[in-house]
Design a protein around this ligand. Structure first.
Ligand code: AMP
Ligand code: ZN
Ligand code: FE
Ligand code: FE
Length: 294
């Protein structure tokens, strides 16, 4: 069983359609893939159809932008009820915050003499519902200002960079509650990635566990072996689900190939059981596969 629980389509900042993503996952030999676009369920229906076409198991998820102790933390929500009004309203607020900051970031780039217009951005990032810095990075590549997304982040877009503008994100503890109310399962994404180890220490995980957190994404390319071992130990102590995933972004993130990091079948079974015990109407598409998790 090969299970990859964190991927992005063009609906957020990946580079393939949800359908192409699911077909690519099947072609890569995955048994189960989760679509976890940033702050939106917009790709779910198309991915679901593709899962039926291919026979692969599909976990419908979202990677939600939250804030904890002043820093950005990504929260993976698995199998929530897509129609839950409170969670929908909060996601809409996050998406509005994303869209509102785009003109400000383009303005910063224009002040630096770069022809970063909304029209040019639309040309580069057409098709997405949720705009992120990776789209602006693609624009900088398109304009020949930098060679890669990574270079765009390093020179202009990373937190505190010359074109960085902050945006609204939900409070992490409140969001864990909202996802549970929507009958979904919560897993903190790459908690110690990109130098963010100080944000969530062990006492932070204890507090989040008390708030209802269900799991930790341990096996992620942004975690070195030492971080993984320590996170695994924390998860074990707090009885949290342990996941692993590629965080695939199509051609947008080098090295994050589908299935490069994976989740153990019994951990996915725990996620499915938790969603079922919360009464979620969202199941893993491809029940045939779900039955073989244990
Ligand atoms: P945003 O969603 O606008 O806050 O942008 C954050 C997203 O950009 C993350 O989800 C990553 O996928 C991506 N990202 C963040 N830092 C980098 C980086 N240094 N290089 C490439 N992509 C990055
Ligand atoms: Zn992303
Ligand atoms: Fe993330
Ligand atoms: Fe991600």
């Amino acid at each position: 069983m090969t299970i990859d629980l964190h991927t992005h389509s063009r609906v957020s900042d990946g580079t393939t359609s949800p359908r192409e993503l699911v077909h690519a996952a099947a072609a890569a030999g995955l048994d189960v893939v989760a679509l976890t676009d940033h702050d939106t369920t917009g790709g779910w229906a198309e991915a679901e159809q593709a899962a039926v076409e291919t026979g692969i198991g599909l976990v419908r998820g979202i990677e939600i932008s939250t804030r904890y102790r002043g820093a950005g933390v990504h929260l993976l929500a698995y199998l929530p009820d897509a129609s839950d009004p409170a969670r929908q309203a909060e996601l809409a607020r996050i998406v509005a915050g994303r869209q509102d900051r785009v003109p400000a970031m383009l303005g910063r780039l224009q002040e630096l003499g770069i022809a970063a217009t909304e029209e040019a951005l639309a040309e580069v990032s057409g098709g997405n519902e949720v705009t992120g810095r990776p789209h602006i990075a693609d624009l900088l590549v398109h304009l020949g200002v930098v060679a890669t997304r990574d270079e765009a982040f390093a020179q202009y877009l990373s937190d505190g960079g010359p074109a960085f503008v902050d945006r609204y994100a939900a409070d992490l503890v409140e969001m864990i509650g909202l996802v549970h109310a929507a009958r979904g399962v919560t897993v903190v994404a790459h908690p110690w990635g990109r130098g963010s180890e100080h944000v969530l220490d062990e006492s932070g995980f204890v507090a989040l566990k008390q708030a209802g957190l269900d799991g930790i994404e341990v096996d992620h390319l942004d975690h070195d072996p030492c971080a993984r071992a320590r996170l695994r130990e924390i998860a074990q102590r707090l009885d949290l689900v342990v996941t692993g995933a590629s965080d695939h972004h199509g051609a947008g993130k080098v090295g994050h190939d589908l299935g490069c990091e994976t989740t153990a079948p019994h951990e996915l079974a725990r996620i499915a059981d938790l969603a079922a015990s919360l009464g979620s109407p969202t199941t893993i598409v491809g029940r045939r596969r779900e039955g073989s998790l244990r």
